[in-house]
Write a protein that binds this ligand. Structure first.
Ligand code: MG
Ligand code: ZN
Length: 218
Protein backbone atom coordinates (compact mmCIF):
# COMPACT_ATOMS: atom_id res chain seq x y z
CA UNK A 1 0.00 0.00 0.00
CA UNK A 2 2.80 2.43 -0.79
CA UNK A 3 0.98 4.39 -3.43
CA UNK A 4 -1.72 5.82 -1.14
CA UNK A 5 0.94 6.94 1.33
CA UNK A 6 2.78 8.86 -1.34
CA UNK A 7 -0.45 10.42 -2.51
CA UNK A 8 -1.29 11.56 1.00
CA UNK A 9 2.08 13.20 1.39
CA UNK A 10 1.58 15.07 -1.86
CA UNK A 11 -1.96 16.09 -0.92
CA UNK A 12 -0.73 17.46 2.40
CA UNK A 13 1.97 19.33 0.55
CA UNK A 14 -0.51 20.76 -1.94
CA UNK A 15 -2.69 22.09 0.87
CA UNK A 16 0.22 24.03 2.34
CA UNK A 17 1.26 25.15 -1.12
CA UNK A 18 -2.21 26.58 -1.64
CA UNK A 19 -1.85 28.62 1.56
CA UNK A 20 1.52 29.82 0.36
CA UNK A 21 0.05 30.89 -2.96
CA UNK A 22 -2.53 32.99 -1.12
CA UNK A 23 0.17 34.59 1.00
CA UNK A 24 2.33 35.35 -2.03
CA UNK A 25 -0.64 36.74 -3.97
CA UNK A 26 -1.58 39.00 -1.08
CA UNK A 27 1.89 40.53 -1.15
CA UNK A 28 2.28 40.51 -4.97
CA UNK A 29 5.40 38.40 -4.72
CA UNK A 30 6.64 36.60 -7.81
CA UNK A 31 7.92 33.19 -6.68
CA UNK A 32 10.20 31.08 -8.85
CA UNK A 33 11.30 27.54 -8.06
CA UNK A 34 14.72 26.78 -9.59
CA UNK A 35 15.22 23.11 -10.35
CA UNK A 36 18.31 21.48 -11.85
CA UNK A 37 20.97 18.85 -11.30
CA UNK A 38 23.80 19.76 -8.94
CA UNK A 39 26.32 22.03 -10.62
CA UNK A 40 24.17 23.51 -13.38
CA UNK A 41 24.68 27.00 -12.02
CA UNK A 42 21.53 27.86 -10.05
CA UNK A 43 23.48 29.80 -7.45
CA UNK A 44 25.62 31.54 -10.09
CA UNK A 45 22.49 32.61 -11.94
CA UNK A 46 21.06 33.97 -8.71
CA UNK A 47 24.26 35.85 -7.87
CA UNK A 48 24.20 37.61 -11.25
CA UNK A 49 20.48 38.30 -11.15
CA UNK A 50 20.52 39.62 -7.58
CA UNK A 51 23.46 41.93 -8.31
CA UNK A 52 22.22 43.20 -11.67
CA UNK A 53 18.62 43.88 -10.61
CA UNK A 54 19.13 44.98 -7.03
CA UNK A 55 18.29 48.59 -7.81
CA UNK A 56 15.03 47.54 -9.49
CA UNK A 57 13.58 44.93 -7.18
CA UNK A 58 13.73 43.68 -3.64
CA UNK A 59 14.64 40.00 -3.97
CA UNK A 60 14.97 37.18 -1.47
CA UNK A 61 16.21 33.63 -1.73
CA UNK A 62 15.42 30.37 -0.01
CA UNK A 63 18.38 28.05 -0.49
CA UNK A 64 17.80 24.33 -0.30
CA UNK A 65 20.83 22.10 0.17
CA UNK A 66 21.56 18.75 1.73
CA UNK A 67 24.29 20.32 3.87
CA UNK A 68 26.22 23.59 4.34
CA UNK A 69 25.16 27.20 3.98
CA UNK A 70 27.75 27.95 1.26
CA UNK A 71 25.15 28.94 -1.33
CA UNK A 72 23.14 31.11 1.06
CA UNK A 73 26.36 32.95 1.88
CA UNK A 74 27.14 33.53 -1.79
CA UNK A 75 23.65 34.88 -2.30
CA UNK A 76 23.71 37.03 0.85
CA UNK A 77 26.98 38.58 -0.34
CA UNK A 78 24.96 40.32 -3.07
CA UNK A 79 22.94 42.10 -0.38
CA UNK A 80 19.81 39.99 -0.91
CA UNK A 81 17.98 38.40 1.98
CA UNK A 82 18.71 34.68 2.12
CA UNK A 83 17.59 31.77 4.23
CA UNK A 84 19.25 28.38 4.11
CA UNK A 85 17.25 25.19 4.52
CA UNK A 86 19.40 22.12 5.14
CA UNK A 87 17.31 19.11 4.28
CA UNK A 88 19.73 16.74 6.09
CA UNK A 89 19.73 14.24 3.28
CA UNK A 90 16.26 15.07 1.97
CA UNK A 91 16.37 15.38 -1.81
CA UNK A 92 13.81 18.18 -2.33
CA UNK A 93 12.20 21.17 -0.65
CA UNK A 94 8.54 20.99 0.25
CA UNK A 95 5.87 23.57 1.00
CA UNK A 96 6.19 23.11 4.74
CA UNK A 97 9.91 23.97 4.67
CA UNK A 98 9.22 27.04 2.57
CA UNK A 99 6.47 28.15 4.93
CA UNK A 100 8.84 27.93 7.88
CA UNK A 101 11.59 29.79 6.01
CA UNK A 102 9.18 32.64 5.22
CA UNK A 103 9.21 33.66 8.88
CA UNK A 104 12.69 35.09 8.31
CA UNK A 105 11.47 37.58 5.71
CA UNK A 106 9.47 40.77 5.73
CA UNK A 107 7.02 39.86 2.97
CA UNK A 108 5.88 43.46 2.62
CA UNK A 109 9.25 44.32 1.11
CA UNK A 110 9.80 41.45 -1.30
CA UNK A 111 9.10 41.62 -5.05
CA UNK A 112 10.68 38.37 -6.17
CA UNK A 113 11.35 35.26 -4.11
CA UNK A 114 13.66 32.65 -5.60
CA UNK A 115 13.52 29.14 -4.23
CA UNK A 116 16.74 27.33 -5.10
CA UNK A 117 15.73 23.72 -4.79
CA UNK A 118 18.02 20.83 -3.88
CA UNK A 119 20.00 19.74 -6.96
CA UNK A 120 17.81 16.94 -8.31
CA UNK A 121 15.68 16.65 -11.44
CA UNK A 122 13.10 14.24 -10.08
CA UNK A 123 11.11 14.81 -6.88
CA UNK A 124 11.43 18.62 -6.58
CA UNK A 125 9.08 18.64 -9.55
CA UNK A 126 6.32 16.93 -7.55
CA UNK A 127 6.46 19.13 -4.46
CA UNK A 128 4.73 22.42 -5.16
CA UNK A 129 6.28 25.16 -3.02
CA UNK A 130 3.61 27.72 -3.88
CA UNK A 131 5.62 29.06 -6.82
CA UNK A 132 4.30 30.91 -9.84
CA UNK A 133 6.67 29.03 -12.09
CA UNK A 134 9.24 26.31 -12.10
CA UNK A 135 12.49 27.22 -13.82
CA UNK A 136 14.42 24.25 -15.24
CA UNK A 137 18.13 24.84 -15.55
CA UNK A 138 20.57 22.75 -17.46
CA UNK A 139 24.10 23.47 -18.49
CA UNK A 140 26.23 22.79 -21.54
CA UNK A 141 28.47 20.68 -19.31
CA UNK A 142 25.67 18.11 -19.00
CA UNK A 143 24.02 15.89 -21.61
CA UNK A 144 21.56 17.55 -23.98
CA UNK A 145 19.24 14.59 -23.40
CA UNK A 146 18.02 15.81 -20.01
CA UNK A 147 14.59 16.81 -21.38
CA UNK A 148 14.17 13.31 -22.82
CA UNK A 149 15.31 11.60 -19.63
CA UNK A 150 13.45 13.81 -17.15
CA UNK A 151 10.34 14.81 -19.11
CA UNK A 152 8.17 15.69 -16.13
CA UNK A 153 10.28 18.73 -15.19
CA UNK A 154 10.20 20.11 -18.71
CA UNK A 155 6.47 19.46 -19.02
CA UNK A 156 5.72 21.46 -15.89
CA UNK A 157 8.37 24.19 -16.13
CA UNK A 158 7.53 27.54 -17.63
CA UNK A 159 11.15 28.35 -18.43
CA UNK A 160 14.20 26.35 -19.47
CA UNK A 161 17.56 28.02 -19.02
CA UNK A 162 20.58 26.61 -20.82
CA UNK A 163 23.56 27.86 -18.82
CA UNK A 164 27.31 27.76 -19.57
CA UNK A 165 26.90 28.44 -23.30
CA UNK A 166 30.50 29.68 -23.23
CA UNK A 167 31.48 25.98 -23.11
CA UNK A 168 29.60 25.00 -26.27
CA UNK A 169 32.77 24.97 -28.41
CA UNK A 170 34.36 22.39 -26.10
CA UNK A 171 31.50 19.97 -25.45
CA UNK A 172 29.04 17.89 -27.46
CA UNK A 173 25.97 19.60 -26.07
CA UNK A 174 23.50 20.56 -28.79
CA UNK A 175 21.25 23.42 -27.73
CA UNK A 176 19.02 22.64 -30.70
CA UNK A 177 18.62 19.05 -29.54
CA UNK A 178 17.78 20.05 -25.97
CA UNK A 179 15.32 22.67 -27.21
CA UNK A 180 13.68 20.34 -29.72
CA UNK A 181 12.98 17.68 -27.10
CA UNK A 182 11.91 20.15 -24.44
CA UNK A 183 9.55 21.94 -26.82
CA UNK A 184 8.07 18.61 -27.91
CA UNK A 185 7.10 18.07 -24.26
CA UNK A 186 5.94 21.62 -23.67
CA UNK A 187 5.40 23.92 -26.58
CA UNK A 188 4.93 26.98 -24.34
CA UNK A 189 8.33 26.59 -22.69
CA UNK A 190 10.37 29.80 -22.75
CA UNK A 191 14.03 29.11 -23.43
CA UNK A 192 16.95 31.32 -22.46
CA UNK A 193 20.53 30.53 -23.43
CA UNK A 194 23.11 32.25 -21.30
CA UNK A 195 26.43 32.15 -19.56
CA UNK A 196 26.76 33.34 -16.00
CA UNK A 197 30.53 33.42 -16.50
CA UNK A 198 30.63 35.69 -19.57
CA UNK A 199 27.23 37.28 -18.80
CA UNK A 200 26.08 36.63 -22.37
CA UNK A 201 22.32 36.23 -22.72
CA UNK A 202 21.33 37.52 -19.29
CA UNK A 203 19.24 40.45 -20.57
CA UNK A 204 16.37 38.38 -22.06
CA UNK A 205 16.09 36.53 -18.72
CA UNK A 206 15.90 39.83 -16.88
CA UNK A 207 13.28 41.08 -19.34
CA UNK A 208 11.22 37.97 -18.60
CA UNK A 209 11.46 38.60 -14.85
CA UNK A 210 10.30 42.21 -15.30
CA UNK A 211 7.41 41.11 -17.45
CA UNK A 212 6.29 38.34 -15.05
CA UNK A 213 6.44 40.67 -12.08
CA UNK A 214 4.43 43.19 -14.08
CA UNK A 215 1.73 40.55 -14.60
CA UNK A 216 1.65 39.84 -10.86
CA UNK A 217 1.04 43.48 -10.06
CA UNK A 218 -1.89 43.98 -12.44
MG1 MG B 1 23.43 26.02 -5.44
ZN1 ZN C 1 13.11 14.22 -2.94
Amino acid sequence: MEIPVVRNVLEANDRIALNLKETFAKHNILVLNLISSPGSGKTSLLEKTLRDLKNEFCMAVIEGDLQTDNDARRVAATGAQAVQINTDGGCHLDANMVQKALKSFNLEEIDILFVENVGNLVCPVEFDCGEDAKIALLSAAEGDDKPEKYPRLFQLAQVMIVNKIDLLDYVDFSVENAKKHAKALNNDLQVFELSCRTEAGLEPWYAWLRSELGKKRV
